[in-house]
Design a protein around this ligand. Structure first.
Ligand code: PAF
Length: 283
């Protein structure tokens, strides 16, 4: 497997592949790969000749220094896991902070037409400027034909589609379904840091989302939200940060239901110091 840490080197390798008329898919990640990432890589390999998997813990998207420091960094085992999917058609791009930011580790400021102010944007200051900055740089360096992102970060996916539209970046963004553990917990690199009690409790998040979906069939968004808040208020160890039912397109909280629109419920929960997010389509 080819592993690159230098942007010029990977750009040259991709020029070579494109000269041979091969198609390039990209799966941007922050490493600590799990089955959810592998599903994205497998999908990308089905659609493209070669797939670039970037592994980079991007400092500019962390508003919490502690979270950045504790974020798992497991390059060797990530590479081994990728080899189980393909030894020949994956290129790993694992740059240093310097390779990407050249000593100026700051975000570009973006206008994502308001998508950035909802949900995660309210709780993670500057997060989407950091995501926009790194994803735009990756697309400049790798110039993939298609790029794959999971729906677990549904707001991120919407923002990346907006980024591509606003900057006319010639890449097709492919959103992929949330991959879950057998107990329903959405797969996340953060799950490895859950202490046993929290790991046992965490499937409650998806169970509650499923019940909220059922209730949304007959009840208002306000009533469903109150119900969810009550369930977490009663919970021993999980702490709800937000539960919001939003319009799938604008991501704005729903005021009055319309059967012409689609809605999604979004949740963020603290399991001790680990922040978990999830979401579900409601109609
Ligand atoms: O979803 C992630 O892992 C990150 O936000 C991404 C898209 C790789 C950018 O750092």
């Amino acid at each position: 497997m080819e592993i690159y840490s230098d942007k010029q080197q990977i750009a040259l390798a991709i020029d070579d592949l494109k000269a041979k008329k091969l198609t390039i898919g990209m799966v941007p990640t922050m490493g600590a790969l799990h089955q959810g990432h592998l599903q994205l890589v497998k999908k990308a390999l089905l659609d493209n000749d070669k797939v670039v998997v970037s592994i980079f813990v991007n400092p500019t998207q962390f508003d919490n220094k502690d979270d950045l420091v504790k974020y798992p960094r497991t390059l060797d085992s990530d590479v081994e896991l990728l080899k189980t999917v393909s030894k020949t058609n994956i290129l790993v791009y694992a740059p240093t902070v310097d390779d990407i930011y050249g000593g100026n580790t700051v975000s570009q400021k973006f206008d994502f037409d308001g998508l950035e102010f909802e949900m995660e944007g309210k709780f993670r200051n500057g997060h989407f400027d950091g995501v926009g900055t790194i994803v735009k740089r990756f697309f400049d360096i790798v110039k993939p034909h298609k790029a794959y992102f999971g729906e677990k970060d549904f707001q991120q996916l919407a923002i990346i589609k907006k980024l591509v539209e606003k900057y006319n970046i010639p890449v097709k963004i492919v959103g992929c379904k949330i991959h879950r553990e057998a107990n329903g917990l959405a797969m996340s690199s953060r799950n490895t840091r859950l202490k046993p009690d929290y790991k046992t409790a965490a499937p409650f998040i998806f169970e509650t989302l499923n019940s909220a979906k059922e209730k949304f069939g007959t009840k208002s968004a306000v009533k469903v939200t109150e119900w969810v808040e009550k369930q977490f208020a009663k919970h021993d160890i999980l702490e709800l940060e937000y539960f919001i039912i939003s319009d799938t397109k604008t991501l704005k909280p729903v005021k009055r239901k319309s059967n012409k629109k689609t809605y999604r419920a979004f949740i963020a929960v603290y399991a001790d110091d680990i922040r978990l997010i999830d979401n579900i389509a409601l109609n």
